[in-house]
Design a protein around this ligand. Structure first.
Ligand SMILES: [Zn+2]
Length: 356
C-alpha cells in the first residue's frame, strides 16, 4: 500500500513508499484512510526537527489529522463495525501508564513518554490503511464526511476554549471580549467556537483584508485586525486571549491586552529567543489583575466529541463554512506539494481513496 513517510531527523526525507498492509491485534481497528490533513507539525517533521520511527523501523509514516472508514475490527472490539466513519485521536498512553494516561487523559500525561501517531514511535495515518487502538477512535456521523478531517485541529481548539472556561470557574466571571492571535486553521476554529458562545471576537493576522481567511473570519462575525496596519495596543483589553502563532514577541505584547481577571491560553511552539524587558512587572501585573496564563497541547477523546457537536452548530449557523477551510485536496503522489504553503491556503488535505 502507498504510505507517505520520512526517515526521522533527516531533512526533506519525505517520500511515497510501499508498505505491506498492516495487521491488527484483538483490540485494534484497521482503518481505510479517506483523508489526511497536513499541518505545521508535518512540515517540521520533514525538516528533521523531530519525529521518531516505531521501534524496529527506519521510517515514520506521517499524518495525524485523519478521517477513515473502519475496514476490519479485532476480536475484542465491540463498538465499531466495517464501514463506520471514524476519526482517530493522536496520542496514546505512556509505557508507564501514568495516572492521567490510564484515565484516558494522555493529553495530560505526567511522564512525557506518551506515543503519538505520525509523530512519535507510532506510524501516522498518511497511508491507504492504518491501525488504531479502538479505545481512541471517535465515531463520526456519515453526513460529516466532507469536513470531519478537521476534527483533530478542532479538538485542539475545543480543549483550549474548554480549559479557559474551566479555569475561570475560580470566580464569578462574565467574559465579553476575546482575541485570537493567528488566522490559520487553529485560529479560525477557535474564533468559530468563541462566536458560538456569543463573545465579541477579534482575530489578529497579517493577511490583506480581502484574503479568504479574513473573509471567513468576518462572515462568522469576528473583527479582523491586521498587525501590519494597527498596533495591538490600540484595540483594547480582552477577557480571553488565545495565542496560536508561536511568536514570542506577539505573545509578550498580548500580555498587556489582558483585562482584569483575564485568561490567556498559549498554543504555539515558541522557538524564537527573546529577552523580556521587565519580567518582574509582567509578574506583578499577573498578581494585581488576577490574570492567568496557561499552556494547552494535544487533546483527548472528550475534546474530539465536543468538536463533533460543534461541527453541526458551526455548519448550520454559517452555511457550510468548514468546507471552505479545505482549500486544497491532493493525491498521495503530490505529497511534496501538500507540504508547501501558499498565501491563500487554509487547510490542505490528501485524499487516499480514488472515489470520493
Ligand atoms: Zn502518561
Amino acid at each position: 500500500m502507498k504510505a507517505i513517510a520520512v526517515k526521522p531527523m533527516q531533512k526533506n526525507s519525505l517520500q511515497l513508499i510501499d508498505l505491506p498492509r498492516p495487521e491488527i491485534n484483538d483490540n485494534e481497528v484497521l482503518l481505510k484512510v479517506l483523508y489526511v490533513g497536513v499541518d505545521g507539525t508535518d512540515r517540521e517533521i520533514n525538516e528533521g526537527i523531530y519525529g521518531t520511527a516505531p521501534e524496529g523501523s527506519d521510517y515514520l509514516v506521517i499524518g495525524h489529522e485523519c478521517l477513515a472508514l473502519v475496514e476490519e475490527v479485532g476480536s475484542n472490539v465491540q463498538n465499531f463495525k466495517k464501514g463506520d466513519l471514524v476519526v482517530p485521536t493522536v496520542r496514546r498512553p505512556c509505557p508507564e501508564n501514568c495516572f492521567n494516561c490510564r484515565n484516558f487523559e494522555s493529553d495530560m500525561c505526567l511522564t512525557g513518554n506518551y506515543l503519538e501517531h505520525g509523530i512519535y514511535k507510532l506510524n501516522g495515518f498518511a497511508s491507504e490503511f492504518a491501525v488504531s487502538d479502538a479505545d481512541y477512535l471517535v465515531k463520526v456521523p456519515k453526513e460529516l464526511r466532507d469536513v470531519a478531517v478537521l476534527l483533530e485541529p478542532l479538538s485542539i481548539a475545543e480543549k483550549a476554549v474548554y480549559q479557559s472556561y474551566k479555569i475561570q470557574e475560580r470566580m464569578i466571571w462574565d467574559p465579553k471580549k476575546a482575541v485570537v492571535l493567528g488566522i490559520g486553521p487553529l485560529g479560525l476554529l477557535i474564533a468559530f467556537l468563541l462566536r458560538l458562545k456569543g463573545l465579541d471576537t477579534y482575530v489578529i493576522g497579517r493577511d490583506p483584508s480581502d484574503s479568504l481567511r479574513v473573509t471567513i473570519a468576518k462572515e462568522v462575525g469576528a473583527i479582523y485586525v491586521n498587525t501590519r496596519e494597527t498596533p495591538l495596543s490600540t484595540i483594547g483589553k480582552f477577557d480571553m486571549v488565545f495565542e496560536a502563532t508561536g511568536s514570542v514577541s506577539l505573545a509578550l505584547e498580548a500580555i498587556d491586552m489582558l483585562n482584569h481577571n483575564a485568561v490567556f491560553c498559549l498554543l504555539g511552539i515558541y522557538r524564537e529567543v527573546k529577552e523580556c524587558g521587565n519580567f518582574g512587572n509582567v509578574l506583578t501585573e499577573l498578581v494585581l489583575r488576577n490574570r492567568v496564563i496557561f499552556g494547552s497541547v494535544n487533546a483527548n477523546k472528550r475534546h474530539f466529541e465536543m468538536g463533533l457537536e460543534h461541527i453541526f452548530e458551526i455548519e448550520d449557523r454559517w452555511n457550510n463554512v468548514l468546507n471552505r477551510l479545505i482549500t486544497r485536496e491532493l493525491k498521495p503522489e503530490q505529497f511534496a506539494e501538500a507540504l508547501k504553503k501558499y498565501p491563500e491556503d487554509i487547510k490542505t488535505v490528501i485524499r487516499f481513496q480514488s472515489s470520493p
